[in-house]
Structures are given as C-alpha cells and as structure tokens.
Design a protein around this ligand. Structure first.
Ligand code: ADP
Ligand code: TRP
Length: 321
C-alpha cells in the first residue's frame, strides 16, 4: 500500500496539521510504502518572499524529522526537486474542465482572504493531483479541508485512464473522523491563515498565552456546560487519556469544570507530547546541512519513482515520437 501526503511550508505547523495529517503519516512508517514531501511549489501561490519560502521549507522538513519521521523508512523530499511533477501537471491540466476548478471552494476561500487570484492558485488542485498520481499513491491522509482536492485528483486519474488506457491508480482519501477538523482558539477551523493556531513548536510564555486565549463561554464553574460545543474540550480530547476525558466530561455535564484549570492541564499535555520533538528540532535547525542531505537522498529516490510514471505517461499521450 502506497501512502502519500504533503504539507505547505508556509508558516508554523500547528496541532491541526499534526492530528490532521502528520501523526497519521508518521504512524504508517513501519507498515506502508510511505511518501512524505514539502510542497514548496504550492506554497509559491501565497509566499513570494524568497527567504521566507526557503527557510520555511527547511523548517517544515526539520519539523517532520523532529516529530519522528525516519527518512530511512520513507521517501521524504521537497516537491520542486522533482520537476517531473510540473510536466505531469501540464498534461493533466489539458484534461481538466474549467468547471471542475471553478467549483473548488479552497480557491474562493483563499481569494476571499486576500491571496492574489493568480492562475497558479486556480490551478493548485491540478498540481496536487499530479503530486499524487505521479507516485501512484493508494491512500492520501489529509484533513477534511482537502477532501475536494482529493476528488479532483480522483476525477483526473479516471479521466486520463478513460482517454489513454489504464495508467494511474485512483487514490482514496484517508480522513480520520476524530481529527478531521481540529478547532482553533476561536472555534473556527485551526489554520495558519486565521491566526488562531497552537503551533507545535511554540514554548514557554508564548505558548501559555495562546492556550489561555482559547475562547470559551462565560459560565461560572459550577454551572453545567455542553462539552460538545466547547473547543477547549475538543482540544483536550486530542491529548488526554480516555479515563481523564470521562472525568472531564462529567465536570462539564454536572458542573465543576473550571476553564482556567483545564487550560493549564492542556498546556501540560502539550509540553509532554511535544517536549522531546522541540529539543530535536533545535538540533536539526542548528545543522541545516544535515537536513539538506536527507532531502537530497529523498529527492533521488522520488525521482526514480517519478521517472517510471512519466515514461509511461509520455508514451500514452504521444510525446514519444
Ligand atoms: P493551514 O490551513 O493551517 O494552512 P495546510 O493547508 O497547510 O494548513 O494543511 C496541511 C495539512 O494539515 C492538510 O492535510 C490539512 O488538511 C491538515 N489540516 C490543516 N488544518 C487542519 C485542522 N484544523 N484540522 C485537521 N487537519 C488540518
Ligand atoms: N493542498 C495540500 C494542503 O494545503 C498540500 C498538498 C499538496 C498535498 N500536494 C499534496 C496533500 C498531495 C496531499 C497530497 O494542505
């Protein structure tokens, strides 16, 4: 089984990214053929600062390594290091109906948030389909927000196969029910672009301030509360043991849940969960050459796989004469 996913190096990675995608990828390391990459070409749709993009790419790679991704047990690379993806993206784009892209809400959402409505942003899902189809991935772990993009990838795989004969695996999304959408400080989806995140690698006072800023209602401690509409409760659920969550649920339903106290408990859980990774990240960031070397090795392995698919694609579409 080939499992593949990518992440944009466009800001500090947060616990939504971790539970939506990174944790699933890392946990599949032992049992699957795993493909993990940093999608710098996608990030170009919103980051036009050379240094920010280059540093973000190294940092996102360090994040994955620090969280336990073992580059010996997967293929781990930077998207732009395998230029075949752009060639495949072009071939797919010639089969992509405009209407399919016009329906993508991610494009509309991003434009509404002020990202320039470029052709690259519009064609973003086609490049993402190329990412997935180039490596013949079976499953793609993502958060719920990427579901529609996965549908585009499936549509394009089927369209290509119909037009030119069986070439691509039709990929399946893998969206975990419990972590499909991790809420942010304000209860909306946690997202870098909403400024409502808890970054995985934030520490100390800065982190405490974020956790204390989680919005809750203003009910007094002893009043009964609804855990299912409380984003603090949903965040705790990601970290606390089942037994502890049962106790906490009791406090919500029967009264006795003190938000300030629970926030401090969440802070401890964050520090316990990510403490080791934070130290490891510092080591990787102190030695960027080591990270680059790991990525170069990954690039070579990824290119080998990509060239097999592209050879076949070129033949199928008539680019071999
Ligand atoms: P952001 O919205 O912060 O820019 P990305 O678009 O870079 O995040 O997402 C990277 C990965 O993390 C994707 O697989 C995405 O579905 C997942 N993800 C992002 N935010 C969340 C969230 N709040 N809950 C669950 N998964 C998420
Ligand atoms: N669009 C994804 C996001 O914003 C990132 C991405 C690009 C991706 N290519 C991919 C995810 C291929 C999975 C597979 O999160």
């Amino acid at each position: 089984m080939k499992i593949l996913s990518g992440i944009q190096p466009s800001g500090q990675l947060h616990i939504g990214n971790y539970f939506g995608m990174m944790q699933t990828m890392i946990s599949n390391m032992e049992t699957s053929e795993l493909y993990v990459f940093i999608v710098d070409l996608h990030a170009l749709t919103s980051v036009h600062d050379r240094e920010k993009l280059a540093k973000g790419t190294l940092e996102a790679a360090a994040d994955f390594l620090a969280l336990g991704l073992d580059p010996e047990k997967c293929i781990f690379w930077v998207q732009s290091d395998v230029p075949e993806v752009c060639e495949l993206s072009w071939a797919l784009s010639t089969l992509t109906p405009m209407g399919l892209l016009e329906r993508c809400h991610s494009y509309k959402d991003k434009v509404a948030k002020g990202i320039a409505a470029s052709h690259g942003l519009f064609a973003y899902p086609v490049l993402m389909a190329a990412d997935i189809l180039l490596y013949q991935a079976d499953r793609v772990p993502v958060g719920k927000d990427q579901k529609q993009h996965l549908e585009v990838a499936r549509d394009l795989a089927m369209k290509f196969n119909n037009q030119y004969g069986e070439t691509f695996v039709v990929p399946e999304p893998a969206i975990s029910e419990s972590t499909a959408t991790v809420p942010g400080l304000d209860g909306q989806k946690m997202s870098k672009s909403y400024g409502n995140t808890i970054p995985i690698f934030m520490e100390g006072k800065e982190l405490k301030k974020r956790v204390m800023a989680i919005e809750t209602d203003a009910k007094p401690v002893d009043d009964p509360k609804d855990p299912d509409t409380c984003n603090l409760y949903q965040m705790m659920q990601l970290f606390a043991s089942k037994e502890r969550m049962e106790e906490i649920r009791g406090l919500y339903v029967n009264g006795g849940a003190a938000y300030g106290y629970l926030k401090l408990e969440l802070l401890d859980l964050l520090n316990d969960t990510f403490g080791v990774a934070r130290e490891k990240k510092k080591e990787y960031m102190a030695d960027p050459e080591m990270v680059r070397q790991i990525l170069r090795k990954g690039r070579d392995k990824a290119r080998e796989k990509a060239s097999v698919t592209m050879d076949l694609v070129r033949e199928r579409i008539g680019l071999k004469y």
